[in-house]
Ligand binder design. Structure first.
Ligand code: HEM
Length: 218
């Protein structure tokens, strides 16, 4: 960005660079940390999912350290994260502003109208995901099979959509797969006996409150 110029030779101003670095740092850190927290919470609530993760990690990693080339092989962890983000999208509301007058569902809106979109509005609907409120990572693997199950991936938009789609989606998936694989390779995650129910708390991003786990060596 420091060196880049547009077609007319204009460079990025210091303000542009500050704003971009700030959004990458803000968007990049908390979003990943909170998605990992929700995922770990769901793993502790679903021991059979944790066992499947451990089987995958043991097969892919055997006794070696995780390497970049292993990430593509961690298919099950990937769908665990997709399923976790379907149910616990941390960016619940995404705002967009109309560049021009637009028509949405037969209603006309003037230029500059601000819309608030709910990123998981459809995630909990059975018409798009069978038994939608159930945490079932397998549904993402069964989608190519000829099943009667409802599965509409485009109805789950944890990374937003369109021109402002999250530019860190691929990086964050890599980071989260690596973290889950490294934790589950060595440890068993359990709900802490003193833990109370985990609640959704909305503070710009949606975070788990009351989240408490215990960790045992495998
Ligand atoms: C699980 C992790 C993450 C989630 C769930 C997430 C989610 C989102 C969402 C919902 C948006 C808004 C999209 C829209 O307005 O339509 C966004 C934008 C953005 N994200 Fe992420 N994000 C994650 C990780 C990251 C990481 C790791 C980075 C960078 C290192 C990053 C960088 C950005 C940037 C720069 C934007 C603004 C894009 C633009 O306005 O053009 N994100 N993210």
């Amino acid at each position: 960005m420091l060196m880049a110029k547009d077609e007319d030779g204009n460079i990025f101003t210091d303000d542009d660079i500050f704003a971009n670095v700030f959004s990458i740092m803000l968007a990049g850190k908390d979003a990943v940390a909170l998605t990992l927290s929700w995922t770990i919470n769901l793993i502790t609530e679903n021991p059979e999912v944790q066992e499947s993760i451990q089987q995958e990690v043991d097969t892919v990693l055997e006794n070696k350290q995780l390497e970049y080339s292993d990430l593509a092989k961690l298919k099950y962890i990937e769908v665990v994260l997709q399923e976790s983000m379907r149910l616990k999208a941390i960016a619940l509301m995404i705002s967009v502003q109309a560049n021009n007058e637009v028509e949405v569902m037969n209603l006309s809106f003037p230029k500059d109208t601000i819309f608030l979109m709910l990123s998981r509005a459809d995630s909990y609907k059975d018409e798009y995901f069978s038994n939608a409120s159930e945490f079932n990572p397998q549904r993402w693997l069964d989608q190519s099979a000829n099943t009667e199950q409802q599965h509409c991936p485009m109805r789950s938009l944890p990374y937003g959509g369109g021109a402002r789609f999250c530019s860190g989606s691929v990086l964050s998936m890599m980071e989260m797969k690596a973290v889950i694989a490294m934790i589950c390779k060595k440890y068993i995650l359990k709900k802490d006996p003193s833990a109370t129910a985990v609640h959704e708390e909305y503070a710009f991003l949606m975070q788990p409150s009351g989240f408490k786990i215990s960790i045992e060596k495998r």
